[in-house]
Write a protein that binds this ligand. Structure first.
Ligand SMILES: [Mg+2]
Length: 178
């Protein structure tokens, strides 16, 4: 069970994501979570830096699909900026949304990574179907009330993963939340 919560990589920010490392792993497509991964949960616009980062990944040849538990309107607005596919109301960590995202990129599972800010949705869901899972620090400490509750469980899970040596202590995100 704990292995399923264990991310393959931990990043402090999307800027630390190295294209060549993904390519070495055979990754051709990236599933991005939306809220607090590429846009702060309580905001309507992405930062110019994030827009540039996503555009760079697209120029590097990666396919990208958004996968969000949020509603279609919000997810589509962001997906349309990049002209990329999206899956909304995904009920992560359910497998179905991940499978739809993989199909939208016309790739097989072993060529896909997922990047998100939550262990219990993005990382758990990705690990359940064998994707390369990348956990990134949330963009904002402002969160949906339900997320605030799962963050407590997340902190507990991180402590267990650390104690079992399943995640590298030095890679753990050091911020106010953790
Ligand atoms: Mg998120």
């Amino acid at each position: 069970m704990y292995n399923l919560l264990c991310p393959r990589m931990i990043l402090n920010s999307l800027h630390d994501l190295e294209c060549h490392k993904l390519k070495e792993l055979g990754i051709e497509g990236i599933i991005f979570d939306l809220d607090n991964t590429i846009i702060p949960w309580d905001q309507q616009q992405m930062s110019p830096e994030i827009i540039e980062r996503v555009n760079t990944l697209l120029k590097e040849g990666f396919k990208i699909c958004l996968l969000s538990n949020n509603m279609e309107k919000r997810v589509k607005e962001i997906a349309d900026i990049f002209n990329i596919p999206f899956v909304s109301r995904a009920y992560k960590p359910a497998k179905t949304g991940f499978r739809h995202a993989i199909a939208a990129m016309e790739l097989s599972e072993e060529k896909v990574a997922v990047i998100g800010d939550q262990l219990f949705t993005d990382i758990l869901g990705g690990n359940r179907i064998g994707l390369v899972t990348i956990w990134v620090r949330p963009l904002s400490s402002q969160e949906f009330i339900g997320t605030k509750i799962t963050r407590r469980l997340e902190r507990l899970a991180v402590r267990v993963l650390e104690s079992k040596g399943l995640i590298n202590k030095s890679a753990i995100i050091k911020n106010d939340n953790y």
